[in-house]
Design a protein around this ligand. Structure first.
Ligand code: 5GP
Length: 205
């Protein structure tokens, strides 16, 4: 049986990951988004259980203790983690998309080398800063932390499988779609088809 693809999208805040991911999910209904747990307070318009499962620190660390998280990381002063149960149960029947930070993506790649990790980078520092400021979802202190963290994250690109520079949204979106499609077409993800071809007998004229 084929095993699902764990498709990981990572990159710093302000690189434009969320918009690109939304477009990818709209195009591919077989790709399911893994909703993370976080201790960050919800932003306006964010829905509990859809964007994130919002939990307090006590609950989060109970999950860590019980080994319920595939990976977790402290990101810009809050905790974020991926549900192990969700990934384990869904991966046998569908492809899964993780939108996680660079540290988390490194941990996933180490634990599950068969996953595909795509790094989305901003074209340059100034543009990333502009996008974050325009988004206006962070306090000045949080914004500064995100920018400082981004500088460190951009130094880790070489550990991943793909790099997309998001200078132009439509182009970056097609590139992400292309990467996902190529990963789906890898021979080791199509055992069902290979098996069917092997079972064809000669002499069928
Ligand atoms: P935001 O607060 O802007 O929604 O997300 C901040 C960062 O946390 C983003 O880079 C996002 O990809 C990352 N993130 C979201 N969920 C997870 C998760 O489950 N694990 C890790 N390691 N990072 C996450």
């Amino acid at each position: 049986m084929n095993k699902g693809l764990l498709f990981v999208v990572t990159g710093p805040s302000g690189a434009g990951k969320t918009t690109l991911i939304k477009q990818l999910l709209e195009e591919h209904s077989e790709l399911h988004f893994s909703v993370s747990f976080t201790t960050r307070p919800p932003r306006k318009n964010e829905v509990d259980g859809k964007d994130y499962c919002f939990v307090d620190e006590k609950t989060f660390f109970q999950m860590v203790q019980s080994n319920d998280l595939l990976e977790y990381a402290e990101v810009h002063g809050y905790y974020y983690g991926t549900s192990k149960e969700y990934v384990d149960s869904q991966l046998s029947k569908s492809n899964i998309l993780l939108d996680i930070d660079v540290q988390g993506a490194l941990n996933v790649k180490r634990a599950l080398p068969d996953s595909a990790v795509c790094f989305i980078a901003p074209p340059n520092y100034e543009e990333m800063k502009k996008r974050l400021v325009n988004r206006a979802t962070e306090s000045e202190r949080d914004l500064k932390k995100r920018l400082d963290d981004a500088v460190d994250e951009l130094k880790k690109i070489e550990h991943f499988d793909y790099l997309i520079v998001n200078s132009e949204k439509d182009r970056a979106s097609s590139e992400l779609l292309a990467v996902y499609t190529a990963e789906k077409l890898r021979v080791n993800r199509q055992y069902d088809k290979i098996k069917a071809y092997k079972n064809i007998n000669k002499g069928g004229l």
